[in-house]
Each structure stands twice: as structure tokens, then as C-alpha cells.
Design a protein around this ligand. Structure first.
Ligand code: WQD
Length: 325
């Protein structure tokens, strides 16, 4: 297939682009490089530098005879979205509406959309399946839920088929070492640990050690970015073959605690990784884990690289060469 990947120079987008290329598809990346990196582009793909707020540029880019588009261009700071909602409404909502309208205008009828487990909010039960109530705790999660609603309407009204992929905690780097771009100013746990391991920051702050979890620190479902990438390809295959839209979780179905991850990182890197226990971060649930049964049933998808060792060793493989390790 001929595929347009919007946000394909970013951390997840570059792994998704790599997977589609590996599977023999033709890929064009559209990215404004605001957080994406030129370093994450591959020689086999065409690159268009453009912004999702620029409707005419999007329409122009989409005239390339594409069978599908994958949309991963968004701001993803859950905390930031609570203090700068304007940034998130404009880019994540209006920008995505531009993409969907441009797809309708140019006849692209398959869309794979990056959604998030943040649409669920505070868990009512675990593991979280797709029937779990959606009640986002942050504005970021709301922007993704809004777009899922718009996609449902455009399916009905315009015949656009979509796969909305609700990612849990994306982590790790390409197991074959082909992607090496570092995220700038990361706030997510694993890159923060990596920065501490290689001396780019003094310590890791652990946000709470008094949760009702085995070691008192927060438990999350970390999904390796190569697994996420395979999920995108499987989801596109499904909607293109079956002509049906889907909303599915992509998670490892395994819970890992903050301290377990820090311990593994100490072992793998051989670095001390200083830790400071601080207070809980507002809005953080004690534990989040996914049910990915639906992805298994519909897509034949299952996490393959999301064990703790692979998550950390692939990340360390990238950071150890770039920081002050
Ligand atoms: C993981 C765990 C923290 C940093 C966020 C978004 C969510 C999704 C994924 C995009 C928690 C703890 C973290 C640190 C810490 N994003 N932690 N010290 O909050 O589960 O999810 O990213 O779709 O929408 O909310 O991920 O990596 O920030 O935190 O102790 O410096 O690590 O409390 O238990 P989170 P995270």
C-alpha cells in the first residue's frame, strides 16, 4: 500500500514508519519537525515538511494517491494539557479535524489514529478493556476521545474507516537499533531513568512510594514501541480488508512498578541511578493495566518485545551512546 504517515519523524511515528517499510509498503512522512527529528527519517521514504494546522498544505500532500494515512502528530503532555489547553485544542483537535477533512476531500478512506489509555481516566476495574467507561482525567485524554467521536461520525457520513489505537505506556527503542533519536525534555518514566543513568540529570524523582501496590510505587502497562508499530500495520490491514472501523487497546497486559524498572535499569546499565522519593503526582492512579484481548482476537496481535529486559536494554542501547555515560 501507499501510506502517508503524519508525525512519522517522531518517537513512535518513526518506529511505525520503519515497520511499514519493512513490510514492503511505500511510505511518505509528513511532519513539522516540532518534536520529530530529521535523524528519524529513513532514506527509503519521501519526506514532506508540513504542519497539520496548514489545511491547503495537507490537501496538497494527500494528493499523492495514498491508500491510507496514519496520524501520530500530536502534543502528548498530559500535565501540560491542564495548563495550556489552547495548545492541545488547536493542535490535537483542530489539527486532526483538518486531517480528517483533507482525507475526505482527497478520497483517502482508511485512517489509523494514535489514541491513548488516557481516554479511560481513573480505572473502575482492571485490566482495562475497551468497554471500560471513558472519563479522561486530563485535557490531553479528552482531545483524543473527541477525535474518536469525530471519526465515528465520518465513518457514518463519509465512509472513512478508522482504527483508533489506545496505547498504554509506550517505551523502548527499535530492537534492531535502527532508530536513535532522543526525545527532547522527556517527562515519561523510562527516558527520565535513562537520562539519570547517563548523567543528563542528577536523579529520578519517584512520584510516591505509598500506593497500594506491592512495593508502594505506581504500576503501569509498558508496551514496546516495536510492538505498537506492528499493531498499526495489523490494524490497517484489518480495516482495509474488512471495511470496518475499530477501537482497540494496545498494551502488554503486564504491570511493572516504578522501582522494578529502576532496579532493572541499574542492573542493565551498571550505573547507580540516584532516586529521590517525592510526593504523588496529581492525577496518577496507583495501577493501570490493559486487556488486549480484542487486539488478539481481531488483529492476531500480541506484544512480543514488552518484557522488562527488552524495554530497558533497547533504551539503554540508544542512551548509552548519546548521554554523558
Ligand atoms: C509512569 C509511572 C509515574 C516520571 C503518561 C500519560 C498518558 C500516556 C503515557 C500518551 C507513573 C512514575 C514518572 C518520573 C515517576 N501518554 N514517574 N517519576 O503518567 O502513566 O502516562 O504517558 O498517550 O496519557 O499520562 O506515564 O511515564 O509519566 O509515568 O515516578 O519522573 O512513573 O508516577 O507511576 P503515565 P509516565
Amino acid at each position: 500500500m501507499n501510506i502517508l504517515i503524519i508525525g512519522g519523524a517522531g518517537y513512535i511515528g518513526s518506529h511505525v514508519a520503519r515497520e511499514f517499510l519493512d513490510q514492503g509498503h511505500t511510505v511518505t512522512v509528513y511532519d513539522n519537525l516540532s518534536s520529530g527529528l530529521e535523524q528519524n527519517l529513513f532514506p527509503e521514504e519521501k519526506f514532506i515538511k508540513g504542519d497539520i494546522m496548514d489545511y491547503p498544505a495537507l490537501v496538497q500532500a494527500m494528493k499523492g494517491g495514498f491508500d491510507a494515512l496514519v496520524h501520530l502528530a500530536a502534543f502528548k503532555g498530559a500535565g501540560e494539557s491542564m495548563v495550556k489547553p489552547e495548545k492541545y485544542s488547536l493542535n490535537n483537535i483542530n489539527g486532526t479535524v483538518n486531517i480528517i477533512n483533507a482525507a475526505a476531500e482527497t478520497g483517502i478512506s482508511n485512517i489509523v489514529f494514535s489514541s491513548t489509555a488516557a481516554v479511560y481516566g481513573e480505572p473502575v476495574y482492571l485490566p482495562i478493556d475497551e468497554k471500560h467507561p471513558t472519563n479522561p482525567e486530563n485535557y490531553y485524554g479528552f482531545t483524543k476521545l473527541e477525535i474518536e467521536g469525530t471519526l465515528r461520525w465520518y465513518d457514518k457520513l463519509k465512509g472513512i474507516k478508522f482504527a483508533s489505537l489506545r496505547y498504554f505506556n509506550a517505551a523502548g527503542y527499535d530492537v534492531k537499533g535502527r532508530i536513535t533519536g532522543l526525545e527532547r525534555n522527556p517527562a515519561n518514566l523510562i527516558p527520565v531513568i535513562m537520562e539519570a543513568a547517563c548523567g543528563m540529570r542528577p536523579e529520578v524523582q519517584v512520584f510516591g512510594s505509598d500506593y497500594d501496590t506491592p512495593d508502594g510505587t505506581g504500576v503501569r502497562d509498558y508496551i514496546h514501541v516495536n510492538d505498537l508499530a506492528v499493531g498499526h500495520a495489523a490494524a490497517l490491514d484489518y480495516i482495509a480488508k474488512n471495511g470496518k472501523s475499530i477501537i482497540v487497546n494496545l498494551g502488554s497486559e503486564t504491570g511493572l512498578s516504578v522501582m522494578e524498572i529502576i532496579e532493572a535499569a541499574r542492573k542493565i546499565s551498571g550505573k547507580p541511578i540516584p532516586v529521590k522519593i517525592t510526593g504523588r503526582r496529581p492525577g496518577d492512579p496507583a495501577k493501570l493495566t490493559a486487556s488486549s484481548q480484542l487486539a488478539r482476537e481481531l488483529l492476531g496481535w500480541k506484544a512480543q518485545h514488552s518484557d522488562l529486559d527488552t524495554l530497558i536494554s533497547t533504551s539503554w542501547g540508544v542512551y548509552k551512546n548519546q548521554g554523558k555515560a
